[in-house]
Design a protein around this ligand. Sequence first.
Ligand code: TRP
Length: 326
Amino acid sequence: MKKEILLSGIKPTGNPHIGNYFGALKQWVDLQNKYKKVYIFIPDYHALISVQDKKKMEKNILNVAIDLLAVGIDPKKVVFYKQSDIPAHTELTWIFNCIVSVPTLMRAHAFKDSQAKNKDVSVGLFDYPILQTSDIVLYDAEIVPVGEDQKQHIEMAREIVRKFNNTFGKTFKEPRAFVKKEVSVILGNDGRKMSKSYKNELPLFVSEKETLKYMMSIPMDSKKISAKKNPEKYTLYKIFKLFANAEENKKMRKMFEEGGYGYGEIKIFAAEVVNKYLKDMRKKRKELEKNPEKVLKILKKGGAEAKKQANKKILEVRKKIGFEIY
Ligand code: TRP
């Protein structure tokens, strides 16, 4: 059991796809057994930057909570909560706002991208990395398993921690990003990185039929059926490999390497393997969907526990700053 504190979160902004699963969610499920204290949360304050509709927000929060439980986040092992249950996140964000410079935040990729597209950037979007820093350091988390794209935010968190500690005395730990190299890029059916913005994603929770359709849509080439092929050259194989056990992998390699199998047949086999892998999760999701009260109860309980820790930390911060004068 590792004794550092691990923390991560996923925004409630739509259906997770297999890129999210292999890039983040699966890691959390694996790591929840290896770390003594694990926090997994839904950053709904962050989601407010783009979701500004009560019904949609409520639905998204519930949906992502169901997704996380369905993939195997275990609330007995993990403190599982939503950010907005803990006002200390926003209080600490304000405090950090006062010690972080505008040019520091202007370096953030998300801000630069929005600006480049001439979007109307909200103060919330600009402040995103600071809120993310608060999310992490309120719980003394040191290990933050995230995708490659989040590395910059964790670097900023380290910078902010150093600034605070230098100004007010040692209070926070410097977190580290934990990026699993081999799964950092999951491809979509067009061979580019899987991403909603490319519309090339396979959502986790779709039917077996839709999964088959997705696998069928992956472009191959015009090599003859009898030709011997190198599986590593095909997007289909790269996606398949994530789901396959050793035996299935061997069978698939044979189909490519020996020739004699049509792409239709190869794709049907790939879809079978993908569907088999996802079967239990999909079933669990269906069950949870029928019982939203149970899901909300789990989330609420986690929120109460997270709040205890966060409130302890924010009190320490308030003392250091000079707010606790009574
Ligand atoms: N920015 C993260 C993402 O888009 C979500 C997030 C918010 C997060 N706060 C966090 C991740 C704290 C890890 C730790 O994926």
